[in-house]
Design a protein around this ligand. Structure first.
Ligand SMILES: O=C(CO)[C@H](O)[C@H](O)COP(=O)(O)O
Length: 233
């Protein structure tokens, strides 16, 4: 990550925490480098004596570890099934604020947390903006290990070039649920709703990175500063 992109991610995340987190809230904590900046900003505000009673629901084991290391109080969706607001990153953002997520492999918990949130704030650097989903990023699809090659063939039949995600040591990447991720290069996706519906009917597919109609607010940072866009319903 270049210094400039890191700075934009930090600016977007810090802006969102200050704009959307309020005392007493229960908040979703996203996964990835941009979401981590939000967790760090929350910890900084706590050190200043602000937002001390905000509790977070982490979207991954990684985010849970970060929040714990910074002393951010955590709770669970079992205890708090409705969240006030979630701040999370994204891999690709279309003009209608639909997303591809899952670059960090946390797509399933991220979607569960987003769907449980009254407000979903996505924080990105300007390089994540895209004219059409699929143009810049392959779609991550989480599949059960059982029968995964059948799912890979199914995804190919939908037009994807499929790659099983691997760790740096060459072993299969496993999600926090112990599932596999198949990265599906579809190219620009003309009808994300139809693709999401097809994926939703397939046994063995437990999640996918299309986040449609979930974003309520987008915070983008780039060379021209920080911009906030609210979804137009
Ligand atoms: O969806 C995600 C993790 O599953 C991340 O939010 C997404 O990959 C963006 O990551 P980063 O902020 O590091 O660019």
């Amino acid at each position: 990550m270049s210094d400039a992109i890191g700075r934009y991610k930090q600016q977007a995340a810090a802006w969102a925490v200050e704009a959307f987190f309020r005392p007493g809230m229960v908040v979703g904590l996203g996964t990835g480098s941009t979401a981590a900046f939000a967790v760090r900003r929350l910890a900084e505000l706590r050190a200043e004596g602000r937002l001390l009673d905000v509790r977070g629901v982490p979207t991954s084991v990684e985010t849970e570890a970060l929040a714990r290391s910074l002393g951010v109080p955590l709770t669970t969706l079992e205890e708090q099934p409705v969240l006030d607001v979630t701040i999370d990153g994204a891999d690709e953002v279309a003009p209608d604020l639909s997303l591809i997520k899952g670059g960090g492999g946390a797509l399933l918990r991220e979607k569960i947390v987003a769907q449980a949130s009254r407000r979903v704030v996505i924080v990105v650097d300007a390089g994540k903006l895209s004219p059409k989903l699929g143009t810049r990023w392959a779609l991550p699809v989480e599949v059960l290990p059982f029968g995964w090659r059948s799912q890979a063939l199914f995804l190919e039949s939908l037009g994807a070039r499929v790659t099983q995600r691997q760790r740096a040591d060459g072993e299969p990447f496993l999600t926090d649920q112990g599932n596999l991720v198949l990265d599906c290069a579809f190219g620009p996706i003309d009808d994300p709703e139809m693709l999401a519906a097809r994926l939703g009917t397939r046994a063995g597919v437990v999640g996918h990175g299309l986040f449609l109609s979930l974003t309520t607010d987008l915070v983008v940072a780039g060379p021209d500063g920080v911009e906030h866009r609210a979804r137009q319903d």
